[in-house]
Design a protein around this ligand. Structure first.
Ligand SMILES: Cc1cc2nc3c(=O)[nH]c(=O)nc-3n(C[C@H](O)[C@H](O)[C@H](O)COP(=O)(O)OP(=O)(O)OC[C@H]3O[C@@H](n4cnc5c(N)ncnc54)[C@H](O)[C@@H]3O)c2cc1C
Length: 473
């Protein structure tokens, strides 16, 4: 058995683990990375980057279909799926190679990690690493499909499989209406596949405000995607070449059938086999490794970050947590994570969804007095010029002092446009201050000035200390 000693060992070299290792090294620590591979992490290999590469092709197909409205006729559209997939493979290889170059600048131990004690980690069969501190960054895996009766027997795709498909199915039922189901479901629909999405909640993206989720659901339906909301999946079976999903909607049983199923019912933290039980690290197969605000687990030598800590399963959150944990592990600074702005998120549907700060649901649940401004892209000049008029923006501001509390966008380039509000909120801007920021004309970005103005008007009407009648509580 080989033994090696380091100041800090990071288990998992994905987005979070790599960021943690870099931060620790920059602070002068001797830090090693452990990963069983394939190297590159979820984001690059099987998550954000491959999915967004594919979505660029389906968006292009959609824009070509709509181009007639702008007086440009593209003729009949031909989807070259092998080309789309090989373009994705090539790009992902480039991203992964670059990341691996970075990873290999660290002492790297390739193999499956398992804690022997809170000072010793076994890697594969013949290496033991000793360290004073560890950061667990082992990510997440697709949630077990066992809960859907019959699914294992019938066979199905998950997001990993969907991103590697060689040929398109004729029809597809997506199980789940979260962000991965929305993104991949719309991708396949725009590739010409007949897509249905089945979900238990009342609209796609059940975690979002209802106005956002309801509007997106309607756009999907308008586009020809069958969205079965408030629908319970009972079991799955097979009839000839078709896969059947037996569902119940509002007490009525129905069978939906398609050539293929795409299982998108979530991801769970990847804790299996880590040996948490050997080191006093509390961990749960669904909720992952709980941490305090310094990202410390229940063992004071061991931090957990990213998807395995399951706060918000997003790349920028994994990176942020990794950096905070690394600073704490190396310097003992006790820096705390603050998610107020970091929980900003986006969905690469079309129209895109992006949310910063508080949602209306959150404000109402906490009884915070706020004013709201809303503006539709259908009323916005530049959006009309571009023929991208689906969706709206909304902004919420404190009824006390006018500070922007949150904003949401459902609209074209939402994932980019949200950044203006992120920056404004980062600097604690009020809606009045936001209105004093110059905006170029005609741009999509200037749409934010309208909800800001509406909020400011409502606040002015309310007068000091008063709450305007439209202020929701
Ligand atoms: C289809 C899809 C699309 C997504 N799109 C987005 C998006 O648009 N935006 C966004 O922010 N997020 C997106 N995500 C989520 C995002 O990819 C993850 O939140 C993020 O990559 C998690 O990073 P991580 O560092 O926690 O884990 P990972 O990147 O998964 O890294 C974990 C690493 O640990 C290694 N490992 C695991 N167990 C062990 C072990 N026992 N021993 C040794 N090594 C081990 C693995 O090999 C892996 O390299 C998407 C996810 C999916 C599935």
């Amino acid at each position: 058995m080989q033994r090696h000693k380091h100041d800090l060992v990071v288990v998992g070299a994905g987005s979070g683990g790599f960021a943690a290792a870099r931060t620790a090294r920059d602070l002068g620590a001797d830090v090693a990375l452990v990963d069983h591979g394939p190297l590159g992490g979820l984001c690059i290999l099987r998550g954000c980057m491959p999915s967004k590469t594919l979505i660029a092709s389906s968006d292009a197909a959609h824009d070509m279909r709509e181009a007639g409205e702008l007086g440009v006729h593209a003729g009949s559209i031909r989807i070259d799926f092998p080309h789309i997939m090989s373009r994705k493979r090539e790009l992902i290889k480039g991203f992964a190679d670059y990341r691996i170059e970075g990873i290999e600048k660290f002492p790297l131990y390739e193999g499956r990690a398992r804690f022997l004690s809170d000072r010793e980690l076994q890697v594969g069969g013949d290496v033991v690493l000793q360290a004073e501190r560890f950061i667990i960054a082992t990510g997440s895996v697709v949630a077990p499909a066992g809960a859907v009766h019959g699914l294992q027997d019938v066979g199905y795709l998950d997001s990993d499989g969907a991103l590697e498909l060689e040929t398109l199915p004729k029809s597809l039922i997506v199980l789940g209406g979260g962000y991965i189901g929305c993104e991949l479901g719309q991708f396949f629909a725009r590739m010409g596949v007949k897509v249905s999405i089945v979900l238990r909640s009342q609209h796609l993206l059940s975690g979002e405000d209802h106005d956002v989720g309801e509007a997106l659901t309607q756009y999907y339906i308008d586009e020809g995607i069958d969205v079965y909301t408030r629908t319970q999946i009972m079991r799955v079976s097979k009839r000839a070449e078709q896969k059947i999903v037996h569902v119940v909607k509002e007490g009525v049983e129905a069978d939906l059938e398609a050539e293929e199923l795409l299982y998108c019912l979530g991801r769970v933290p990847n804790v299996a086999g880590l040996g948490c039980e050997n080191i006093g690290v509390e961990c749960h197969p669904i909720t992952g490794i709980p941490t305090d605000e310094t990202m410390l687990s229940t063992n004071p030598r061991i931090y957990a970050i990213g998807d395995v800590a399951a706060k918000h399963m997003l790349v920028h959150v994994a990176i942020y947590e990794g950096e905070v944990a690394a600073r704490n592990a190396v310097t003992g600074a006790g820096e705390r994570v603050v998610y107020d702005l970091v929980k900003t998120h986006t969905v690469f549907s079309d129209p895109q969804v992006a949310v910063v700060g508080e949602t209306e649901r959150g404000l109402q649940a906490r009884g915070v007095a706020y004013v709201k401004g809303v503006y539709d892209f259908a009323e916005h000049g530049k959006a009309m010029c571009l023929n991208k008029t689906k969706g709206f923006v909304k902004m919420m501001a404190s009824a006390e002092d006018g500070k922007i509390l949150g904003a949401a966008i459902l609209g074209p380039h939402g994932s980019d446009l949200i950044h203006e509000v992120i920056v404004a909120m980062h600097y604690g801007a009020t809606v009045k201050q936001f209105m004093s920021i110059p905006h170029l004309h005609p741009t999509l970005a200037e749409i934010w000035t309208y909800p800001a103005e509406e909020c400011a008007e409502k606040l002015a009407l309310a007068g000091p200390g008063e709450i305007h009648p439209e202020v929701a509580m």
